[in-house]
Design a protein around this ligand. Structure first.
Ligand SMILES: Nc1ncnc2c1ncn2[C@@H]1O[C@H](COP(=O)(O)OP(=O)(O)OP(=O)(O)O)[C@@H](O)[C@H]1O
Length: 241
């Protein structure tokens, strides 16, 4: 059996201490295979952002285990006192996790190619390799013709496609997408989902999409519902897009 792209077991996160402590995640279990896109759905305050922040190594969980691309990154029962199992969390975020947000957040003074090539360059790839990767991804996402444009010259949909290319530029085993389709109309929202599925298959990434968007929820084959800090897995409709 292949290693899952993402494996989370018994994840718990408590904010604060004593009387004011908030147990945002109580017992989260989740598994995403390479090439798979899963939905993460839950009401406001259920713990979705907290889970993404733990997975993205932005905040430290309180207990449990997280494995990304076969490597244990956090284990509260791990060696020593338990906790993070890798020394350089910044390198982990840069090299192994792609982030897609509701807004594209492109760097306004870099052109489209440089926006995508920046991360591979920061990870030590040569200029030539980083630009080749950027061109390949821009082609796959149908924005190659805008490669030399500035972000301000692009439509909203084009900017979002460039932000997807940027998230995939280091071929990360894990991509975390936080409400990536919220501002888009139905057609564009479904196009983004189609691209995420295609990119997941092509680069063998596991993708988690946090969403409230009724337009795209029927497209997931598997959905994790999070309620009151606990996850429940459910088969989705898996509608073709
Ligand atoms: N930094 C923090 N300090 C204390 N409590 C927090 C902090 N961040 C989140 N919480 C609490 O943790 C719980 C889960 O919050 P979280 O933001 O993860 O939910 P969410 O599902 O992402 O909600 P939304 O859909 O509204 O963004 C909530 O009760 C929230 O008030």
């Amino acid at each position: 059996m292949t290693e899952p792209a993402i494996l989370i077991e018994g994840l718990r996160k408590v904010y604060g201490h004593g009387d004011t402590a908030v147990e945002a995640l109580k017992d989260v279990h989740l598994r995403v295979e390479p090439g798979e896109v899963v939905g993460l759905i839950g009401p406001s305050g259920s713990g979705k952002s907290t889970l993404l922040k733990c997975l993205g190594a932005v905040i430290e969980p309180t207990a449990g285990r997280m494995v990304l691309g076969g490597q244990t990154i956090y284990d509260s029962s791990g060696p020593g006192r338990g906790g993070w199992q890798i020394p350089d969390l910044r390198a982990l975020r840069r090299d192994r996790i792609g982030f897609i947000f509701q807004a594209p957040y492109l760097i306004p003074f870099l052109d489209v190619t440089d926006n995508v090539a920046l991360l591979p360059m920061l990870s030590g790839q040569s200029n030539r390799v980083a630009r080749e990767r950027a061109q390949e991804l821009l082609g796959a996402l149908d924005v190659a013709h805008r490669a030399r444009a500035q972000p301000s010259e692009l439509s909203g949909g084009e900017q979002q496609r460039v932000s997807i290319a940027r998230a995939l530029a280091n071929h990360p085993p894990v991509v975390l997408a936080d409400e990536p389709t919220a501002p888009l109309d139905s057609e564009r929202a479904l196009a983004v989902v189609r691209m995420l599925n295609q990119m997941a298959r092509q680069y063998r990434s596991g993708i988690i999409v946090v969403t409230h968007d009724e337009k795209i929820i029927p497209t997931f084959k598997r959905i994790y519902h999070i309620r009151d800090g606990r996850t429940v897995e459910e088969a989705g409709e898996g509608r073709e897009v």
